[in-house]
Structures are given as C-alpha cells and as structure tokens.
Design a protein around this ligand. Structure first.
Ligand SMILES: Nc1ncnc2c1ncn2[C@@H]1O[C@H](COP(=O)(O)OP(=O)(O)OP(=O)(O)O)[C@@H](O)[C@H]1O
Ligand SMILES: [Mg+2]
Length: 303
C-alpha cells in the first residue's frame, strides 16, 4: 500500500559561492496518515530543510515528496507550517493574523460569526485570549510563537509541519501546549511532523522519532518507534520503564553515535544539549532561515 506522505530519495544541493552544498542526501521516509513524527538531530544537520521541502518552500535537487498520491511542488493550505522563527504579519493584531488564515481556508464554509468563534477558540487554546488585540511588536517571543501555533491549528491542516514550535515557551505553557497538541491531533487525526531538540518532548508526543545524522549530506540515522499507549500522561510516563528506555535510546544516538559536531567549538547557544531549555531562543545569526522570517503567511498564497 502506498503511504500517505512519502519522501523518496530527497537530496538537496544549495548553491553557495564555493559550489553546491549538499545539505540532505537521499532521505527516504514513509509516513502514515495521523502519524506523529519527531525529527531530531544536531543544529545545522538539515531538519528545517526537510520541513521546508515537505512544505513546498524548497525544491529537492533529486527525489521528491508525494502527499496523498500527489507530488508536492508548491506550498498549500493542506500543509500548515509553524516556523522556527515566528512569522506573523507585523501590522496585524494576533486576532487578525489568525483571521487571515481562517478566511483563506474557510471562506464560504463558515459564517462570519462562526469564523469569529473559531479564531477566538484557537487563540484560547494557546492561552492568548487576553492579548489577541496586540500586534507582534507588543508580544514576547513565546507569545508570538503561540499565535503562530494558533494560526496553524486554525487551518485544520492535513499535515502540520512544526519547526521547534515550543522552544521559546516557558515550561508550564510548553507542557500545556504539548497536551493540547496531543488532544487536537487525536481529534483531527492529522499528520504532524515536528522538529524538536527536546528528548522528553519527542518521546511524549511521537509515534516515531526520526534521528538525523550530522551534515553535510545528512540522512536518516535511526528511526525509533515509540510504542506507548495513548492518551499519554506525562506524569504517569515518568514511572514507566519503556518511556525511560526510549528516552535513553535517543540520548545515546545524539551523544554517542552522532555526536554534536559543534561541541568542541564554542559557537552557539546551548540548544544542542540533551534537553533544550525552555528559554532557548536562538541567536539571530544562527539560522539560514532567518531571511524567511518575513514570510507573510504560513504558506505562500497565490490567489
Ligand atoms: N538557503 C541555503 N543556502 C545554503 N545553505 C543552506 C541554506 N539553508 C540551509 N543551508 C545549510 O544547510 C544545512 C542544514 O540547515 P537547516 O537549517 O536545515 O538545519 P537545522 O537542522 O534546521 O538546524 P537548527 O537545529 O540549527 O535549526 C546547514 O549547513 C545550513 O547552513
Ligand atoms: Mg532549523
């Protein structure tokens, strides 16, 4: 049987002044509908690039992505992205940012009043009701990130692509968001691919954890299937031996099999450690995606 989302031999060469740079090499992965996949790997290995290719924002040099029998060639509302660097429209309030996405997806399907309720409901899910009339420059990094998540959720996308969505949140909000995400995903049965640096988060949320090798020419090193019953409860799981076994497997991969290539250099933030701290927002220069920060909407809309 064909899988729902198929990455077949995805290879990408970025042009650089010194010639092509191969970031990803023949990534092969089949994902089922409703599956929750975490992508984990050291900084710079190519996680965001994988997500961007699935989103249709980058084109693979070789190979490609098939979603539901159709090749992905451009962004679309069936794939909502929560970017590593929140990308809200600066001149719109939190409410209006979510409204924009809701209008694009539900125009003609929801009445005006229903849309309003739906927007407010999604902002409430991320604990942003109190600040929905504020503009991005009046919000903290974590708050902006939550609006980005509300915006993605509000589209009820078939595939949610999340790039370290909870990295900038405090521990309590983060736990709340993880629980909400699990509930929403169970309800909607949408497919989620989430990048994280947090081992506990990966084990708690995922059906499978895809561990990437270090770049250049990164590929999939190991895939860990997480066979823990759902619904999952973070407190109860802490006592479960299997949970700790899965956790140890991921830590072993990151620390033994594929050590952090930057660990000997004092380069960037501490977000490569086994669990990223809740406040680990990255320095602005760290990410190549930074120039996509102004990407206006979740997906480029051509209408
Ligand atoms: N547009 C681009 N042009 C050239 N090189 C790029 C481009 N985008 C990414 N790269 C390179 O590809 C590699 C993978 O980058 P990517 O952003 O996917 O890493 P990542 O795993 O998401 O890292 P992090 O955890 O720090 O976010 C890096 O070496 C990066 O420098
Ligand atoms: Mg990244």
């Amino acid at each position: 049987m064909d899988s729902y989302l198929e990455l077949s031999h995805v290879t990408i060469d970025f042009p650089t002044p010194n010639g092509p740079f191969r970031a990803l090499d023949k990534i092969k992965l089949s994902i089922d509908q409703g599956e929750f996949i975490s992508l984990i790997g050291h900084s710079g290995c190519g996680k965001s690039t994988v997500l961007n290719i699935i989103a249709g924002l980058h084109q693979a040099t070789e190979g490609g992505v098939i979603l539901n029998g159709k090749e992905v060639s451009e962004p679309g509302p069936d794939r909502a992205v929560v970017f590593q660097n929140h990308s809200l429209l600066p001149w719109m309030t939190a409410y209006e940012n979510v409204e924009l996405a809701v209008k694009q997806v539900f125009k003609g399907k929801k009445k005006k009043e229903e849309m309003k309720e739906w927007i407010e409901h999604n902002l409430e899910l991320v604990h942003m009701s109190h600040a929905m009339d504020k503009r991005p420059d009046e919000l903290s990094g974590g708050m902006k990130q939550r609006v980005g998540i509300a915006r993605a959720l509000s589209m009820e996308p078939k595939v949610m692509l999340m790039d370290e969505p909870f990295g900038a949140l405090d521990a309590l909000t983060r736990a709340h968001m993880q629980d909400s995400l699990m509930e929403i995903q169970t309800e909607l049965n949408n497919t989620v691919i989430m990048i994280t640096h947090d081992v506990d988060e990966a084990v708690l949320l995922s059906d499978r954890i895809v561990m990437m090798t270090n770049g250049p020419a990164a590929t999939i090193g190991e895939i860990l299937k997480v066979d823990l019953e759902r619904p999952r409860d973070r407190l109860a799981l802490a006592e479960v031996p299997e949970y700790n076994h899965y956790r140890a497997e991921v830590v072993r991969f990151l620390h033994e099999r594929y050590k952090n290539p930057e660990s000997e250099q004092e380069t960037d933030s501490g977000s490569n450690s086994e669990t990223a701290t809740a406040s680990a927002e990255k320095p602005a220069t760290q990410n190549k995606q930074e120039n996509e920060e102004d990407t206006p909407v979740l997906y480029a809309v051509n209408d």
